[in-house]
Design a protein around this ligand. Sequence first.
Ligand SMILES: [Mn+2]
Length: 365
Amino acid sequence: MGLTDCLFTRTYKGNIYLCGKIQTMIIKGVLQDFQEFFKHPKKVSIVIHTNPDGDALGSGLALQGILNKLGHQSKLLIPNMYPSFLSWMPGLEEALIFEGQHKELRSFLYESDWVCCLDFNSLKRAGTMQEDLLKATSNRMMVDHHIQPDMDNFSLIYHHLDVSSTAELVYQLLAETANTHLIDTTIASALYVGIMTDTGSFSFALKNRQTFQIVAKLMQYDIDAERLHRMVYDTFTEDRLRLLGHSISNCMTVLDDYKTAIISLSLKDLKKFRYKIGDTEGLVNYPLSMEKINLSILITERKDQIRLSFRSKGSFSVNSFANRHFGGGGHPNAAGATSNLSLQETIKKIMEVIPMHKDELSYTY
Ligand SMILES: [Mn+2]
């Protein structure tokens, strides 16, 4: 089976297309709609989610690169600041950040013919930008891989659960619409960063061989994969590495009976290590490196709310867990939520709900 053999093959409920072989794919619109989108130059806002990660930024910058080559006028619009370990990504200097540049951002957004939402499944994930997105009269497209996409607020949807990342989907979409010839080293590098970061350097979310086939194709564009890895993962400040050490040594609780580890960080902890955006990125993954741990939870106190990150290995769905107890969501093995309780109350709630999942967490993986 080729890269794109199975798409646009079966009609389902009128305008919604579901792939016949891979039931986890949802496409709203027909191939021609997507082709037309690329073909006719227009003004396009590319919007990514709050607290943007490597996949959001990588897929956004790649799509922007392609659209601009096709004569579109496109800009990357971001709800809040990106982490410093991704700030080197080419093209980011031209992006507009809602927090700080909302006037300029709004004027571009409201004049746009299309808004492309990348790496998020519902407008609420755009946080502070949600209201403006709803007000803007532009057409909306979603390209995403998060569970249960909002079908109603988008006229075109390109969505697949069983892919590594949105970057992988952007590549697929370019292949479908015969635009891969426009990929260059910079665009390929951006897509590579998306796939690399959403798979934790090719260690999870690897559900199909297509991920590696696409990476192999990206390598044809002379990308420097080793350098890209170094730029993202080996650029810690001393404070960030010491915060990691502190988190594990002093702030982690291991619940052996529930195969769970919890790290909680107060504002005081963050301040002590001069926290900067991105400094806790990846921290939630460390407890899973313990042999018997199936669930890892990171609780971080922020000025206005508590942030929760959940990771699991094996069958325990953190998407369901985050949704049931905190109204959050994400993927089966990686999800997030927020809490309006205090840090202590949030920890207490977690300690209360974990025992409810004892049986589900008891497996050996
Ligand atoms: Mn993603």
